[in-house]
Design a binder for this molecule. Structure first.
Ligand code: PHE
Length: 350
């Protein structure tokens, strides 16, 4: 190998070892720069004879071209590699499925509450909300259930601070306190009409919400939901109760042949009182009586506690278990599933 071939070979090596454009330009300078090896050789030609210039000059030129070609090839290779790195870093796989935003949804019990409000709303009932921490008066005494009443034992609950020593505040055991709370407000609003012996607009209200009892199994949860209903006027009868509740149940379950039974019962705040049972005529529950709530004509003592004269105002109340209604509507057999917060269960209702 002559000197020029060796020079070209070393240029090739050096270029190959250059991994950045800056390294490559430094390497180039060693051969083609102002004092590079090729440049020096060109300068040295001046001292040569014409013959030698011809042959040596041609050889140096060939070597120079070879080095320039190698340089350009290496420049291109480095540029290509850089482009590949950049493309890889910015890669966008348009075939990947999109990242969907997780969608929230309504809880099944909330769906039921909305449905209840819509159905009773269409029958002219307002919706009232009340506190979950309740006084002994509203939860029991005003509802004709005094301190020593045995019916209290079925409503054991969670007592909280506040109230008096012998009648502490508590987590309400039913939505019935809303009967008194709402009626008292209503009567206050129309007191002038009543005092003048005129007729006040009827009380027609539902009060859905959370209730609490010391109770826990597949069909009872310490926290559960009820929906109270109250209709009081001068001429409201038990027949109206049956019509309203029957209409509601048939609409709620979308079943025209649903049968209702008003089974005699006892509640201190209604007289007479009845449990509301329903019976489906088709489906897996067909033929079975299922209890969905309590009801009755508002007791005269309760009417009095509303600020009304029981000789003039009469009405009925009902309270339905909304979790129970939800279980029946969707065929859920364990109440606790509603309150576990398991997305796999809850997402089935969307
Ligand atoms: N509050 C009663 C209960 O929880 C149900 C009820 C409401 C009964 C209204 C009669 C009238 O058991």
């Amino acid at each position: 190998m002559n000197d020029l071939d060796a020079l070209v070979a070393s240029a090739n090596d050096l270029f190959a070892q250059s991994h950045t454009p800056a390294d490559l330009e430094n390497a180039k300078a060693q051969f083609l720069g102002k004092s590079g090896r090729i440049t020096e050789m060109m300068k040295g030609m001046a001292a040569l004879s014409v013959e030698e210039k011809k042959s040596k000059g041609a050889a140096i030129n060939l070597a120079k071209q070879a080095i320039e070609a190698a340089l350009n090839a290496r420049r291109q290779a480095l540029a290509d590699a850089e482009l590949q790195v950049q493309l890889k870093a910015e890669a966008l796989d348009v075939t990947l499925p999109g990242r969907a935003r997780a969608r929230g949804g309504m809880h099944p019990v909330s769906l039921t509450l909305e449905r209840i409000e819509a159905i009773f709303g269409s029958m002219g009932f307002e919706v009232a909300q009340g506190p979950e921490i309740e006084s002994d008066w509203f939860n029991f005494t005003a509802l004709n259930t005094p301190q020593d009443h045995p019916a209290r034992s079925m409503h054991d609950t969670f007592y909280v601070e506040g109230g008096s020593a012998d009648a502490p505040n508590l987590l309400r055991t039913h939505t019935s306190p809303m009967q008194i709370r709402h009626a008292v407000q209503h009567v206050k609003r129309y007191q002038a009409l009543l005092d003048a012996g005129q007729t006040m607009p009827e009380i027609r209200v539902i009060a859905p919400g959370r209730t609490y009892r010391v109770d826990s199994d597949a069909t009872h949860s310490p926290m559960f939901h009820q929906c109270e209903g109250l209709w009081v006027g001068e001429n409201v009868s038990f027949k109206d109760l049956k019509v309203v509740v029957t209409d509601f149940c048939r609409t709620f379950f979308e079943s025209d042949d649903l049968v209702l039974r008003f089974r005699p019962s006892f509640f201190p705040f209604t007289e007479p009182s009845a449990e509301i049972d329903i019976q489906f005529q088709t489906g897996s529950l067909a033929g079975r009586w299922l209890e969905v709530g309590g009801s009755g004509q508002v007791h005269p003592n309760v009417v009095r506690n509303m600020g009304l004269d029981p000789e003039r105002h009469i009405g009925f109340a009902f309270g339905m278990g909304t979790d129970r209604l939800t279980m029946l509507r969707y065929g859920v057999n364990d109440l606790r599933l509603f309150f576990d917060g398991d997305i796999r269960f809850l997402s089935q209702f969307q």
